[in-house]
Design a protein around this ligand. Structure first.
Ligand SMILES: NC(=O)C1=CN([C@@H]2O[C@H](COP(=O)(O)OP(=O)(O)OC[C@H]3O[C@@H](n4cnc5c(N)ncnc54)[C@H](O)[C@@H]3O)[C@@H](O)[C@H]2O)[C@@H](O)CC1
Ligand SMILES: Nc1ncnc2c1ncn2[C@@H]1O[C@H](COP(=O)(O)OP(=O)(O)O)[C@@H](O)[C@H]1O
Ligand SMILES: [K+]
Length: 487
């Protein structure tokens, strides 16, 4: 499990550790880890060209000490001071002592930047506010031939949210200290970070609110049949999806549900004939969720069309977990959070940002939000929805973020934009519903589903990648289950 902590928590842990260590020791640890990664990336340090972009804080200090370490090993290092007079004094002295060059001239800095084998971005770290300041913007736009290594965080990315309020410097590798910052895991910030490496500097940190699953975590959560299992004990997932206009959504949700670990899939809706023809293992019931037989969790809404309102009302009236997607979310947005007020079992909402905008419009009375703005503030959006509806929210898109109303957040690391294809969300809904029916709590069901769905998207796209269909994503699920269990 990867853990991320907000700046306030990191600072408190740093202060506590610094009080027990000789002055500067923590920065030396950070710089040593940073220099080791740079040396690995360079392969041959001696004779290589390294440019260090230096801002006014300790982030620049880390970069300067790492630059000094590389200079001592024979690299030709130039420090470019973006805030001359404010650069970290100790780091600057160390670089000079190692015979590094120092300049404050932008023209020289830009020329150096463009021909360096490696650039260290020490402009700003967790102390940053807003995007890059004007003096640093040309570096984000300049030609580059070497690898750019961000120190702790790509400059211009908000550490706590992943928001990029202005221009940011894109990195190939980010070396972060002590813990991941949320901004390294959540887009758009995550897309600036490249490959992220964590350097342990000995911080003692509390349980994180924000986590990202890895293979071993998912493997431990997957519902597996035991010797005494039967289909009911494994869980029956009810799928209320599809309509005369959108029968395909029913097929795709059922396809996802069949590969999610429940013992059986029960379908209700207008596409029963198509569903049984394609998936004869599906149980089909006439009418809506209210009259269906035993079900441990409902999936309502994919392609639900005009039937979504009634199906939603019936599913929400049940005492089992309900996943609401697509047309179900549109109906829910019309009513607002009061629709969930009487529920005794958990509810999981799976909006994309357009649906999130509609849900918010029906929720907390705030100003109407555009989907693009919500996408730029993914963490805040998922949290706001979870709080307003008192439900678990899986916000889909470039980084899928899952927020529990209690405050816990999971970020999915496996996504791929090949999944941006019609119907792949229906597969995800069926898959997550199946995991709910198998007994996983909503945060786990949603984050395991997003994880497997992302891997299945990659598996279906192959390497170097080709367009995928939603059904191919569903069909790739058994292979990714195996891959996760084998890891
Ligand atoms: N405190 C410590 O002992 C440690 C700190 N570490 C490093 O220190 C960093 C935090 O250092 P600081 O608290 O000094 O903060 P930063 O170095 O991240 O930035 C603060 C400085 O940047 C300026 N600034 C803010 N926003 C800016 C922007 N958008 N563009 C340009 N300048 C901007 C501020 O005026 C301030 O002078 C971490 O990210 C990490 O790299 C590590 O060395 C680990 C140990
Ligand atoms: N840019 C992207 N990068 C990664 N995943 C994406 C991107 N855009 C969409 N996705 C994923 O693709 C799926 C699309 O779901 P959705 O928007 O509901 O489509 P549909 O309604 O057609 O099924 C979601 O799992 C979402 O997270
Ligand atoms: K930085």
């Amino acid at each position: 499990m990867r853990h991320a902590h907000p700046v306030e928590t990191v600072r408190a842990a740093e202060a506590e550790l610094m009080a027990r260590l000789p002055e500067g020791a923590l920065m030396q640890r950070a710089a040593a880890g940073l220099a080791a990664t740079c040396a690995r990336l360079l392969g041959r340090v001696y004779g290589s060209r390294v440019t260090v972009l230096v801002g006014s804080g300790d982030n620049g200090g880390d970069a300067l000490y790492a630059g000094a370490a590389l200079a001592r090993r024979g690299a030709r290092v130039t420090a470019v001071l973006l805030a001359p007079g404010k650069a970290h004094a100790g780091g600057l002295a160390a670089l000079r002592a190692a015979r590094g060059r120092v300049t404050a001239e932008q023209e020289v800095g830009l020329a150096d930047f463009s021909c360096a084998d490696l650039v260290l971005d020490g402009i700003v770290g967790i102390g940053g506010r807003g995007g890059l300041r004007p003096g640093a913007v040309p570096y984000a736009e300049a030609r580059r031939r070497g690898v750019v290594v961000a120190v702790d965080l790509p400059s211009g990315v908000d550490a706590d949210t992943g928001e990029v309020p202005g221009v940011a410097l894109r990195a190939d590798v980010t070396v972060c200290f002590g813990t991941y910052k949320p901004g390294l895991l959540i887009d758009p910030g995550a897309s600036y970070a490249g490959a992220v490496q964590l350097v342990d500097i000995g911080l003692t940190l509390p349980q994180p609110e924000l986590t990202a699953l890895q293979h071993a975590d998912v493997a431990a959560l997957l519902p597996l049949p035991g010797a005494e299992s039967d289909k009911y004990r494994r869980g029956v997932v009810g799928v209320a999806a599809g309509s005369a206009t959108y029968p395909g959504a029913a097929l795709l949700a059922v396809a996802g549900a069949l590969r999610g670990g429940a013992g059986a899939v029960r379908y209700v809706g207008a596409a029963a004939e198509e569903v049984v023809r394609r998936f004869p293992e599906t149980l089909v019931t006439e009418g809506g969720p209210a009259g269906a037989g035993r079900v441990q969790a409902w999936v309502v809404g994919p392609g639900g069309g005009e039937g979504a309102r009634q199906a939603l009302a019936e599913a929400l009236a049940s005492d089992v977990p309900v996943l609401v997607d697509a047309d179900g979310l549109t109906e829910l947005g019309r009513i607002g959070p009061s629709a969930l007020a009487g529920r005794t079992a958990p509810t999981l909402l799976t909006p994309h940002t357009g649906e999130a905008a509609r849900l918010l419009a029906g929720a907390d009375g705030g100003a109407p939000a555009a989907a693009d703005d919500l996408a730029a503030r993914r963490l805040a959006t998922a949290r706001r929805l979870a709080a307003a509806y008192r439900a678990t929210v899986l916000l889909k898109g470039s980084t899928t973020v899952i927020a529990d109303p209690g405050g816990a957040v999971r970020v999915n690391p496996t996504g791929t934009s090949w999944l941006a294809t019609a119907g792949s969300g229906d597969v995800l809904a069926g898959l997550a519903g199946s995991l709910l029916a198998a007994g996983l709590p909503p945060l786990d069901a949603a984050s395991v589903a997003a994880y497997l769905h992302g891997l299945a998207g990659r598996e279906a796209a192959g390497a170097p990648g080709a367009p995928v269909t939603a059904l191919a994503v569903a069909e790739a699920l058994p292979a990714v289950w195996r891959a996760v269990r084998q890891a």
